[in-house]
Write a protein that binds this ligand. Sequence first.
Ligand SMILES: *[C@@H]1O[C@H](CO)[C@@H](O)[C@H](O)[C@H]1NC(C)=O
Ligand SMILES: *[C@@H]1O[C@H](CO)[C@@H](O)[C@H](O)[C@H]1NC(C)=O
Ligand SMILES: *[C@@H]1O[C@H](CO)[C@@H](O)[C@H](O)[C@H]1NC(C)=O
Ligand SMILES: *[C@@H]1O[C@H](CO)[C@@H](O)[C@H](O)[C@H]1NC(C)=O
Length: 497
Amino acid sequence: MMGTRASIWFSLFVFSLLTSSICSEENESKEFVLTLDRSNFTDTVSKHKFIVVEFYAPWCGHCKSLAPEYEKAASILSSHDPPIVLAKVDASNETNRELANEFEIKGFPTIKILRDGGKAAQEYKGPREAEGIVTYLQKQSGPASLEIKSVEDASNFVGEKKIVVVGVFPKFSGEEFDNYTALAEKLRSDYEFGHTLDAKYLPRGETSVTGPVVRLFKPFDELYVDSKDFEVDALGKFVEESSIPLVTIFDNDPSNHPFVIKFFNNPNAKAMLFMNFSGETADSFRSKYGEVAEHYKGEAISFLLGDLDSSQGAFQYFGLKDDQVPLILIQTTDGTKYLKPNLEVDGIASWLKDYMDGKVPPYRQSEPIPEENKEPVKVVVGDSLEDMVLKSEKNVLLEFYAPWCGHCKSLAPILDEVAISFENDADVVIAKFDATANDYPTGTFNVEGYPTMYFKSASGKIVAYEGDRTKEAIIDFIEKNRDKAAAPQQELAKDEL
Ligand SMILES: *[C@@H]1O[C@H](CO)[C@@H](O)[C@H](O)[C@H]1NC(C)=O
Ligand SMILES: *[C@@H]1O[C@H](CO)[C@@H](O)[C@H](O)[C@H]1NC(C)=O
Ligand SMILES: *[C@@H]1O[C@H](CO)[C@@H](O)[C@H](O)[C@H]1NC(C)=O
Ligand SMILES: *[C@@H]1O[C@H](CO)[C@@H](O)[C@H](O)[C@H]1NC(C)=O
């Protein structure tokens, strides 16, 4: 669940920015990315100490955006010493599906780093443009922790815009060092690790630090934090917790994006304040919001501050309007939302207090229930979902769509035909639901992309539709899964006699 959520967030927030760079340079000649399938996957992977595999689906838009970047990275990395091999698997292909299941692929694209001939698998968590992919994979293919031997090493390593973890040790052996190294192996796809014998190489270095100590550098809040607990799990917890900013910033700066992904990956309730970063009142909002975040530190709620300019994906997703900013939207883990539009600086603290005290009613987004609903494909909105689908005594095929989604547009005429073919069947309803403008129970429907189709049988059984998007396949699915109405059942009984 968590992983898939994160990937939809990642898509919404980060991919929306990349679309401009899609398909810039396509190299038609040699393909550097290996194509693998079930027949040669194990053989190929077992030959490599380090190989990267993308699981994709041909219909997935983000996979298409990634493809030229991935290919470009593969071409650059082919001349790395030793070469780093990038491969891809069409996970939508029936024959390869088992492979995808083995790696617990839940969304596309998913990239895995396989080590030791496939004995260890790790999720790729790096950037999605060529240069970023190259840098990330060069680091991933090297040692899990780099030794820092000079001030230059340290300033190259620590940088100014990322989180890095440095272990300071009196010697590179012993239980503390071993535990640190084990943690670095475990978390290497999320963080960069280094180790040194001398704390004075480090930025803001102090001669007083002798170690063993682990120092986490971060480009926000208190800038660095130390831990001396070398128990592996405790150290991991320290790294995870210290690396979430008090307020996560979402704007066009790619160096902020890893923190945005972390924000959406953490299990807390999520408070998101969206405003125009260039507006006159931006600074006062920023500082007040920071105070509030500080106040609720440790209370299972995380804070994000988003720039209107960069948040179009999120606005579409939540059905928010530009003229509602500054606004705060809170989403809890179960998907319940709370909204305060047209916020004023003086109102931030008191609205959050009301929310924490349980005094803010949840916000359910719904378009008005249409007065007429005569088209073959019926329109369902947030306020009619209960009556028309969940509590309906009919068999309902429901499409979750987004108005801007191209695949949904291609599906529309097919759904029309399906609906027309059931026109004389009062027990079957084909319906559509604009999921960008209406809320639905996220526990019941898991919508990770558009279009997503669900089928609810007359007796209330809900199943996801994962077949082909053709008229024949959809009709076939409905016939197989529907509850037989009283009348045809009698006919069947007669036939049997
Ligand atoms: C694996 O097999 C597929 C089809 O059977 C083929 O297209 C592909 O080139 C093969 N890959 C390698 C690395 O041999
Ligand atoms: C699945 O892959 C195999 C081998 O790579 C290929 O022969 C087959 O046509 C593919 N099936 C589909 C439905 O694309
Ligand atoms: C190293 O980690 C192990 C396992 O978490 C733990 O039992 C041990 O106490 C740790 N050693 C030190 C010095 O903290
Ligand atoms: C943000 O504010 C600036 C300055 O007031 C204005 O020029 C810009 O159009 C605003 N951006 C949006 C998206 O409203």
